[in-house]
Each structure stands twice: as C-alpha cells, then as structure tokens.
Design a binder for this molecule. Sequence first.
Ligand code: NAD
Length: 325
Amino acid sequence: MCQPWTVTKTPVCVVGLGLIGGSVMRAATAAGREVFGYNRSVDGVDAARFDGFDATGHLDEALSRAAATGALIVLAVPVPALPQMLGHIREVAPDCPLTDVTSVKGAVRDAVRAAGLLERFVGGHPMAGTAHSGWIAGSADLFAGAPWVISVDDHVDAAVWTQVMHLALDCRAVVVPARSDEHDAAAATISHLPHLLAEALAATAGEVPLAFALAAGSFRDGTRVAATAPDLVRAMCEANAAQLVPVLEHAMLLLGEARDQLAAGQPVSALVEAGHAARIRYEGYSRPEIIATVVGAEGWRDELAAAGRAGGVIRSALPTRGSPG
Ligand code: NAD
C-alpha cells in the first residue's frame, strides 16, 4: 500500500528511461532519493544497470514495488504509449502519486482522467532536452536551472503537488506553476512552433545546391531541434494541434507579409523590428521568486497560476498546509 502523501521524499519510480526519464533517474539519485525504473528495451535496461542504476524490463515488477513503497511514479514515455502504461498503473499501483514529463499537458490529463487516475495525478513538464534519445543521452545535469512546469489545475491535490515540486527541485530545476491549457498555448509557441519552423528551414536548405556547404551558425542554431527523432516531434505537435494551429497561422501571416513586401521591393522592417524587440525583451525577462504561497491553503492553485503567469518561479520548497514545516 502507498504511504500517506504527506511524505514528500518518497521513492521515485520512473517509467521510461530515455533522455528525460533517464535524466530524472540520474538527477534524483544524485539528490539522495531512492530511484528505480522500468524501460521497454533490454538495451536501455542493461545500459542503466551498467551505469549502476536500478532498472528492470518488467513493468509490473517496477509498479508492484512502487505500490509497496508509496513511490511517486513518473511517466516518461511518449504520448502514444501513455494509455497502455496508465492501464498497468491502474491495475498494479492505483494509489500511488503520479506525474509525467510530457510536452503537452491537456492531452495527458485527458488520458489520465480516462484511466480513472486523475485524483492522484499532477502533470509536469521539464523544459529541458536535447535532440538525442535513449538512456545514453541522459544526464544528471539536464534540468539544472531549467523551468519545470507543474500543473495547478483545479483537480490537483496539494500533497501530490508538493511531492512533484520536491522532485523537480531535487533535479535542480526551478518550478513554474501553470494551468494545463495555458502551458499548452505557451508550449505551442516556444517549443512546437520552433520544431515545425526548424523542419521547414532544414527541408528548404536541403533542396538548395551549395546550401549545406555554406551553412554556419544561423543554420545550425535554427535547425538544431530538427535533429530530434521524428516520432517525438510528431507526438508533441499532433497532441497539441488545437493550440498549435492558431500559433502557426500567426507565424505564417507574419512570414506572408514579409514575402509580399520583399516581392514588392518594400522594406521588411515591421517583422524584423518586432522580432528583434521581442528577443531583447526575452533576454531581459525577470523571474521573481515565489515565496509567499502556502500549498493547500485557500486559493493556492489560482495564486500559483497567477504568479507563474507573471514570470514567477519556485526555487526552494514552498510550505504545505499541514506539513511540519
Ligand atoms: P526517448 O526516446 O529518449 O525515451 C522514450 C522512452 O519511452 C524510452 O525509454 C522508450 O523505451 C519508452 N517508450 C516508447 N514507447 C514505448 C511504449 N510503447 N511502451 C513502453 N515504453 C515506451 O524520449 P524522451 O525525449 O525521453 O521523451 C520522453 C517524454 O519526455 C516524451 O513524452 C516527451 O514529450 C517528453 N519530453 C521530451 C523532451 C525532449 O527534449 N526530448 C523535453 C521535455 C519533455
């Protein structure tokens, strides 16, 4: 049976030991947490074990251990694999606190609700990554200083939220509280749109003779994420289509105006100046620390959502109502 949720430093059970799950396993272990996990491929399990970590290729074995120890289960598989994983969790470890690292939050919350596990679920999304995949790509330092979104949707339980906050802070991330729909709208803009733009840029250059021979910093930086495994890019863009389509339309409108201006021999100053100004604003963006909220106190979810919207981050654990301190 699971321990009471007031325990904030429970064991951690990572489901999927790829880039992100493998990095959670390394970072949480480095922070002194008991961490164990499941990976589908034998190669991934062997590689994790070789590096001294506690991995198994048997999902039910990992989940039974999670149920017995009250572990926080971290789902670190792509969106299409979630329903199958959630089905096993419902069978074997339905009382365990549950979080995820997926790049979309609304679709995951819907899948968790459909599996009947919403009550114990608090969504998460560490905003860190590389274009590489698998256990070997992971690092204990991947999340250092990175924003880690934790959902403050109406259903979330304060004690589970606190556990997820502790995990993110143990991984040396800074916590950004946000509602799932607001996360998805923002992620469409700063993550999913860049993926599509990078693919378009890479594909365009791929058709121009000499382009690769001349390619330097602009091309390398602008197409970095196009090296990501296509399945992962598809999974995140397709699962967030409702939020991505309007953002994509806006970007196409801006590019269409620039195209028309260039074709008519006019300056493209409107787009270039607006883009430059936004980028400078981003570089000077301040991130005030959230310190005053008590997790579980009246209105705590709205308070944290507003603070996150204003750029606030949690750098050290907030108090939780009813916890010893
Ligand atoms: P990855 O390919 O490195 O790892 C994926 C893991 O999921 C592997 O362990 C794989 O074995 C497992 N998996 C895939 N399909 C499965 C299935 N059907 N059943 C069981 N296991 C399965 O990918 P990743 O980058 O670690 O992505 C994992 C999650 O993290 C995704 O949901 C992604 O949206 C999210 N994420 C990725 C990044 C990034 O930059 N790559 C950043 C933040 C969040």
